[in-house]
Ligand binder design. Structure first.
Ligand code: PLP
Length: 461
């Protein structure tokens, strides 16, 4: 179909997948047939009850700590997107700080105290956190600061860099109240150092920590990734998109909180027209108090269809298949290090690569182009690779990679995404669309190599 990007194509290796499945589609169809904007339990009890049930199942499938289940003080709620989940918990975090501050106060005195603090609140996220954290801070009306996460740290936020950022905030008279930690950053699928971060935050107990696992959280269905959740008891909320990598049609962003009362205290306002005996009894869940909008769709149905159709084993097989494709792509790149360089990966079926430029270097007045990477012991190379020359080489590499990326996407056989990490222009290859097969992975690699050679050979003439 012209004008439509085919996200379900096996040649779609851009962004992160928006996976779909027949069970997911059927769930959507039933939900469309029922159309019940069930904001309160009363509006359609099954919509609420099924959501609580499937999200408790999901929390267990993902290996989340018990505290995120509804049996205790926690629980899950389906949001439209990971960004929406972030704004929602950020507002809850802000209100929690105000609540703690003003327990003893009332009226004007309380308002003044809150106003004084409002301008000092700062939300934090790693420099590689998704932009939705910064956007969330804009919506929540607070400041935002990013925490360094360098290439040497594998683009992961460490405890030490967080401590430094927190201390800088304190020195500047700011009050950190919220932090996004990421399981699978958008550019490289890096995982922040949760253990170290939890340790540092023992000195900052008022900071709400949200785990953004929008894409890579799906991998937690496999035991081999579940060690990543062990620090989550120290955090406040967790969100992953079933609609990215877990076969559920867009949209199904699953948010879990450790204390549901943090959400309801911040977001519950009950005018007379929303009152009813069930809500007043306090025995039922009204999900409108866990989210920004009032109305909500019956999204639990498609998750139920997916979980019941695939089963846990089916979901694990789905994820592991893609992880293997990521490893295959990695091996292929390694076999052609003369043209491609791996920046990171394979992380959760994402490989991040650059094109290796045949370095242009000068010897006297003669301009030469080496056939491959220059011998680092070569006299001319050593003379030439002063810091300035290295910067120039990086710029050249960025230009070449960009040209290769643009050519590939303009030809339309495969679709990739680019990005800039640590000053390096990179191409991201995600092998996680449900329909992808080994032949597509191999073909994507061939296209990358052929196009890189085409651009490099043109540059060498
Ligand atoms: N967080 C991460 C790590 C992401 O990669 C993305 C999008 O790819 C988002 C958040 C935003 O997701 P959404 O479109 O569900 O708001």
């Amino acid at each position: 179909m012209p004008g439509l990007t085919h996200w379900q194509s096996p040649n779609f290796m851009a962004f992160f997948p928006a996976s779909s499945s027949f069970p997911g589609m059927l769930g959507e169809l039933y939900s469309a047939a029922f159309t019940a904007p069930a904001f309160n339990w009363l509006c359609s009890p099954a919509v609420t009850e099924l959501e609580t049930v499937v999200l408790d199942w999901l929390a267990q499938i993902l290996g989340l700590p018990q505290c995120y289940l509804s049996q205790g003080e926690g629980g899950g709620v389906i949001q439209g997107s990971a960004s929406e989940a972030i704004v929602t918990v950020m507002v809850a975090a802000r209100e929690r700080v105000f609540g703690n501050l003003s327990k003893e106060l009332e009226g004007k005195e309380k308002e003044d105290k809150i106003d004084g603090l409002r301008g000092k609140l700062v939300a934090l996220g790693s420099e590689h956190a998704h932009s939705s954290t910064q956007k969330g801070a804009i919506i929540a009306g607070t400041k935002y600061r990013s925490v360094a996460a360098s290439k040497e740290q594998g683009f992961s936020m460490t405890g030490e860099s967080l401590r430094r950022a927190l201390e800088d905030c304190k020195r500047d008279g700011l009050t950190p109240y919220y932090l996004t930690v990421t399981l699978g950053t958008t550019s490289t699928c890096a995982v922040d150092r949760f253990d170290e971060i939890a340790e540092v935050l023992k000195d900052w107990p008022e900071v709400w920590v949200h785990v953004d696992a929008a894409y890579a959280g799906a991998a937690l269905v496999c035991e081999e990734y579940q060690h990543l959740t062990k620090s989550f008891t120290a955090f406040d909320s967790f969100d992953m998109n079933m609609h990215k990598w877990l076969l559920t049609n867009f949209d199904a962003s699953c948010l879990f909180v450790k204390r549901r009362s943090d959400l309801t205290s911040a977001l519950s306002i009950t005018p007379s027209y929303l009152r009813n005996t069930f809500s007043d009894s306090g025995l039922v869940t009204d999900y409108r108090d866990w989210q920004i909008p009032l109305g909500r769709r019956f999204r639990a149905l498609k998750i139920w269809f997916v979980l019941r159709s695939y089963g846990i084993e089916g979901l694990k097989a789905h994820i592991r298949r893609h992880i293997k494709f990521g490893e295959l792509f990695h091996q292929l790149v390694k076999s052609r290090e003369d043209v491609l360089e791996l920046v990171t990966g394979p992380n959760f079926a994402l490989n991040v690569v650059t094109v290796v430029p045949r370095r242009k270097w000068m010897k006297g007045r003669e301009r030469r182009v080496s056939a491959s990477r220059p011998d680092p012991n070569h006299e001319a190379y050593l003379n030439d690779f002063t810091p300035d020359a290295e910067n120039q080489a990086l710029l050249d590499a960025n230009e070449v990679t960009k040209e290769v990326y643009e050519l590939i996407n303009s030809r339309g056989e495969i679709f990739l995404t680019s990005g800039v990490v640590g000053g390096t222009y990179v191409i991201r290859v995600v092998t996680a669309t449900p329909s992808v097969e080994e032949k597509n992975v191999r073909r994507a690699f061939e296209i990358l190599v052929e196009t890189a050679e085409e651009v490099l050979n043109k540059g060498a003439k």
